[in-house]
Design a protein around this ligand. Structure first.
Ligand code: 9YT
Length: 131
């Protein structure tokens, strides 16, 4: 059994910052679960374009607020505590922070391996088997 506490991850190599997001990677590929699990903070007012071409991602909001635009339809969905979105079609999307920082619990399949940050398309590279 593994027990992971976010306070032990903050400030370590498992905490990764990008423009407009901070992510604590609580479980990675090397933890052997078949998925990764992250706590991601999206600050109020942020605007982020992501497109996980090589991963499926589900995201559950547990605090704060924001919204997500499905770029294929143009539809905007509000996100508050209790909202989950699943990018089951590798959906291109824009994530917006709202009036308060959003706290999101994210899972990736296949799992993220470590220090990934987004490429110009908003994707993480596929896993080439490292780590
Ligand atoms: C909200 C979202 O896309 N989270 C992705 C995870 C986070 N950016 C990370 O851990 O890289």
């Amino acid at each position: 059994m593994k027990v992971v506490r976010v306070q032990d991850i903050i400030g370590t190599e498992r905490e990764v910052n990008g423009p407009g997001w901070t992510s604590r990677r609580m479980l990675l590929k090397k933890d052997g679960m078949g998925f990764s699990m992250h706590e991601t903070i999206i600050p109020a007012g942020a605007e982020l374009d992501f497109w996980y071409k090589h991963h499926l991602e589900a995201v559950y909001c547990v605090a704060g607020n924001g919204s997500i635009v499905d770029k294929s339809t143009g539809e905007t969905h509000e996100i508050t505590d209790g909202t989950l979105y699943a990018l089951d079609k590798h959906d291109q999307h824009t994530l917006r922070g709202g009036t308060e920082d959003m706290r999101l619990i994210c899972t990736f399949n296949p799992p993220v391996t470590g220090r990934e940050v987004h490429d110009n398309d908003g994707a993480y590279l596929p896993d080439h088997g490292e780590a």
